[in-house]
Design a protein. Structure first.
Length: 144
């Protein structure tokens, strides 16, 4: 859903995303996201504030390296906040629980992971939209 939303927002705002538009960049973005996700689970930090700030910096770095669009940042923050709120509601209603929540029923680093995931899915969606548009263009020129 998020991957489809990014190209739609880009076309609605009239700001086509032209930064690093190739599959190798998308795959590097996926690899960085997997690294950020792995760091949140496996790297030991002194406290949760240090972990949250580190993951926030890494997530912003992911956005800066692979996106750099205002629409991408805004959509990433919006969806991360909505996903965090939905997670809090699920935990509050007893659907699942964290072993050691530190921020209103959830872990404080969760919005950073959501933000990085949104940026990654947005890059995949943009690349797929670019490939689809290119195939439509190529097929239409063959018919002429």
């Amino acid at each position: 859903m998020i991957g489809l939303l990014y190209p739609c927002i880009d076309s609605r705002l009239g700001e086509p995303h032209k930064f690093k538009r190739e599959w190798s960049s998308v795959m590097r973005c996926v690899a960085v996201f997997v690294g950020i996700n792995h760091a949140s689970a496996k790297v030991d930090f002194a406290n949760n504030v240090q972990l949250s700030l580190t993951l926030a910096a890494l997530s912003i770095g992911l956005w800066w390296t692979f996106d750099r669009s205002r629409s991408g940042f805004g959509l990433g923050v919006s969806i991360a906040l909505l996903a965090t709120l939905a997670t809090q509601l699920l935990v509050y209603n007893g659907v699942f629980q964290y072993t050691s929540p530190d921020f209103l029923y959830i872990r404080s680093w969760l919005p950073c992971i959501f933000f990085a995931g949104v940026i990654t899915m947005g890059n995949i969606g943009r690349q797929l939209a670019l490939v689809r548009n290119w195939n439509l263009f190529r097929n239409s020129t063959l018919l002429c």
